[in-house]
Design a binder for this molecule. Structure first.
Ligand code: DX5
Ligand code: ZN
Length: 222
């Protein structure tokens, strides 16, 4: 069963709790939270205090995507705020192995994200210790961008890497996921689908979740 992780980046933040409840009613599996620092990516969002507010709004696992430099300084704050999975960017972390171990020692699941221009080979030496690999299917920083088609090949390469290493990580995709792009993503081997605009910009958030979940679970031809 593939999982759906609605991204609150596209939500109405003045009604965050209610919007999360709508996603939950529609069968959301995780809540995806995009943290941006204005350095690694050209946009600013929020930090641990909003993660704490999200934590108080739902019991669903919080999937925290850190698009920030110096992630090591903040990991403990995000865990204390209620993050269940923390994903850092390969391009933004210098000692990736150390950071992954730190996340796990603090009791959270550890993920690593790669930008569209970063080959999956860059994660070969940490693939056996991560819980999740996030393939960015847009350049990180903004919601509402178009899906980059080359991401599908990268997902397939990641499935092969997992097989070759006999590793266990989940494969997550993030950026431009909607009812159309979800189908080839599913068929390429994605386990977790992040979707922002296609869910929270829809007039009926629950219905959008239900429809996307049906698609990602019926397109399965693996
Ligand atoms: C982009 C973020 C995404 C974003 C996706 O940098 O990582 O999680 O919310 O938004 P959509 O689904 O609108 O592309
Ligand atoms: Zn994200």
């Amino acid at each position: 069963m593939a999982l759906l992780a609605p991204s609150i980046l596209a939500a109405d933040l003045s009604n965050l709790s209610q919007q999360i409840k709508m996603a939950e009613l529609g069968g959301a599996d995780w809540i995806h939270c995009d943290v941006m620092d204005g350095h690694f990516v050209p946009n600013l969002t929020f930090g641990p205090i909003i993660i704490k507010a999200v934590r108080n709004s739902t019991k669903l696992p919080l999937d925290v995507h850190l698009m920030i430099e110096n992630a090591d300084y903040y990991i403990e704050d995000f865990v204390n705020a209620g993050a269940n999975c923390i994903t850092v960017h390969q391009e933004a972390v210098i000692h990736l192995n150390r950071t992954i171990i730190k996340i796990k020692e603090l009791g959270a699941k550890a993920g690593v994200a790669i930008n569209p221009s970063t080959p999956i080979e860059m994660l070969k030496d940490v693939a056996e210790i991560v819980d999740l690999i996030l393939i960015m299917s847009v350049n990180p920083g903004f919601g509402g961008q178009s899906f980059i088609q080359n991401s599908l090949k990268k997902v397939r390469d990641t499935v092969l890497l997992r097989q070759n290493l006999n590793a266990n990580f989940l494969i997550e995709i993030d950026g431009g996921i909607d009812n159309k792009t979800a189908v080839p993503s599913m068929n390429s081997g994605v386990d977790v689908f992040v979707a922002g605009s296609s869910i929270f910009k829809n007039n009926n958030i629950s219905a959008a979740c239900i429809e996307l979940k049906n698609i990602i679970n019926s397109a399965d031809t693996k």
